[in-house]
Each structure stands twice: as C-alpha cells, then as structure tokens.
Design a protein around this ligand. Structure first.
Ligand code: DHB
Ligand code: FE
Length: 284
C-alpha cells in the first residue's frame, strides 16, 4: 500500500521565484532566506518520494471570479507553468499522477468532501516556488506532483477544521492505494502577510511562531482557530495558513500513531511582504 512518510510546510512568496530565476539568490537579502533551505534540499535528495501531494492556492491564475472551486484536485498527466503576467517561470512543467489522483478523487469524494476534478490547470507561484525552494533549479522535477488547489483568495474560504478533516480523508485515500508508493504531503502558503489596505506589510512574529508550535504539538486545537483570528493576527493573506492543516491532518499521530519527528524548522522575516515559515515533519 502507499504510505505518507513526511509532510513539508513552506511559504510561497513569488519574489523568491524571481530571485532564483534572475540569479539574485546570493545577494545578502536573499541569502539569509535561502540558507534556511540548505538543510531541506539535502533532506529532499535523501528522501525523494515517489509522489508529492502538493496543497497550495491559485492566485486568480487558473481560476478567476468566474469559477471558484473550494478544493480542486489536479488529475491531469501534466500541468503547464502559468504566465502570471511576465511570462512563465523558467522551471520544468509538472508531471502529475492521474492514476493515484483518480483513486484519491474516488475515496475522498465518497468520504463526503466535494472536490472539483480538474483535468487542465496551469500552476502558479503557489506551487512552483515551494518546488524551487525544496529542489533548487533542476532540468526536471524529480518526481510526479499532484496539485491540490484550495480557495483562500475569495470569501467564503474553508475553515481550518474542514482542512484538518480533509487531511484525515486524504490519508485514508492514500493508504488504500494498492501500490507501495512513498508519498509526501506538502502544505504551502503563509505565514503572516497582508498585501493590501491600511495594514499592508503586517507581520506578526509571535503569532507565526505559536502557529508553528501548535501545528507541531497540538494541531487538533489549532484547527479550531476561526478564520477571523488568522485575518486579525496574521493579515488578510495569512489565511493561506489553513492549507498547512490539510497536510498536518494526514500525519500518523492524527490517526493514533506516533508523534512526528521535527526534522527541520525555520522562520525568517522579511521576504518581500511576507514572513517565511518552513517545517519538515517525518512520520516515524
Ligand atoms: C506576496 C506573497 C504572497 O503569498 C503572494 O501570493 C503574493 C505576493 C508578497 O509577499 O509579495
Ligand atoms: Fe500567496
């Protein structure tokens, strides 16, 4: 059977992609950020999974106000890198895993989550920046990736509780897939940031670090935090953090297993307008 071996959490700031693509990653401003991912890139080389289930949000790129799926599962064989206004990033296209994605659709929809099945979708910085942070700039991504887009852009957005429950359903789906695959689940976006309005530029280090603490040790209680607390404490775009609860809900301890090993934890301010948080949790 397939098995989830680890979960990875990281912010997805678009300027990180631009810094890499334009060769600015050695500048001191960016070096402080990328140094926090040196461990992670080595860890990825040592723990390359068979498939990554990557939870992220689309930023009105593939979707728009015409069409707003809450949870969109990418079932295609491949996904093109989106043009977000200045041409697609020069990174590899994303190879999917239609067979596993179809199994997940069957299992999770039958567990009462209404997923939107997406057979064609360009992927934006929400998905490509986490891949770049963890893999660097390879010719091809080293494994297939199933994109899973969550609406955290247009209200109403899903609650943390629903995201956590969805993670449990994803775990059941993956563990009933009849092939011995090593799967990682990634939760991306966040941490505190607000891009607009009177509070633009908001960063809340204390709240972010408590979020990391609670995600590690008390995720069920963290899942009860209402969306208004995210917006008040972490800014309007801080709500992206509910996606981390999907990945956390899929870990062993939530289903009665052992607590995860914290392989890596990193927090850095600033990157563009955003606080960057990063965790790697391993199932034991
Ligand atoms: C920034 C952060 C985001 O999450 C995003 O989607 C766009 C911009 C920023 O910090 O500039
Ligand atoms: Fe974002």
């Amino acid at each position: 059977m397939a098995r989830i071996t680890a979960s990875v959490y990281t912010s997805h700031v678009p300027a990180i992609g631009a810094a890499l693509d334009l060769g600015k990653d050695h500048e001191p401003y960016w070096q402080r950020l990328f140094s926090g991912y040196e461990f992670s890139k080595q860890w990825m080389r040592d723990h390359t999974p068979d498939v990554i289930f990557l939870v992220y949000n689309d930023h009105a790129t593939a979707f728009s106000l015409e069409f707003i799926p809450t949870f969109a599962l990418g079932t295609a064989a491949e996904f093109a890198v989106a043009d977000e206004g200045w041409g697609p990033r020069p990174v590899p296209r994303v190879i999917g895993h239609p067979e596993l994605a179809s199994h997940i659709a069957q299992s999770v929809i039958q567990s009462d989550f209404d997923l939107t099945i997406v057979n064609r979708m360009d992927v934006d910085h929400g998905l490509t920046v986490p891949l770049s942070l963890m893999f660097g700039q390879p010719e091809a991504w080293p494994c297939p990736v199933i994109p899973f887009a969550v609406n955290v852009v247009q209200y109403p957005v899903p609650s943390g509780r629903r995201c956590f429950e969805l993670g449990k359903a994803l775990r059941r789906a993956i563990e009933t897939y009849d092939r011995p695959l090593d799967i990682q689940i990634w939760g991306t976006g966040g941490m505190s940031h607000q891009l607009q309005g009177a509070r633009a530029g908001l960063i809340n280090r204390d709240w972010d670090n408590r979020f990391l603490d609670r995600l590690i040790s008390d995720p069920a209680a963290l899942a009860e935090v209402p969306h208004i607390e995210y917006v008040r404490e972490a800014g309007s775009e801080g709500i992206e953090l509910v996606m981390w609860l999907i990945a956390r809900g899929a870990m062993d301890d939530i289903a009665g297993g052992k607590a995860p090993n914290v392989a890596h934890r990193f927090y850095h301010v600033p990157a563009s307008n955003t606080a960057v948080g990063h965790l790697i949790l391993e199932n034991r």
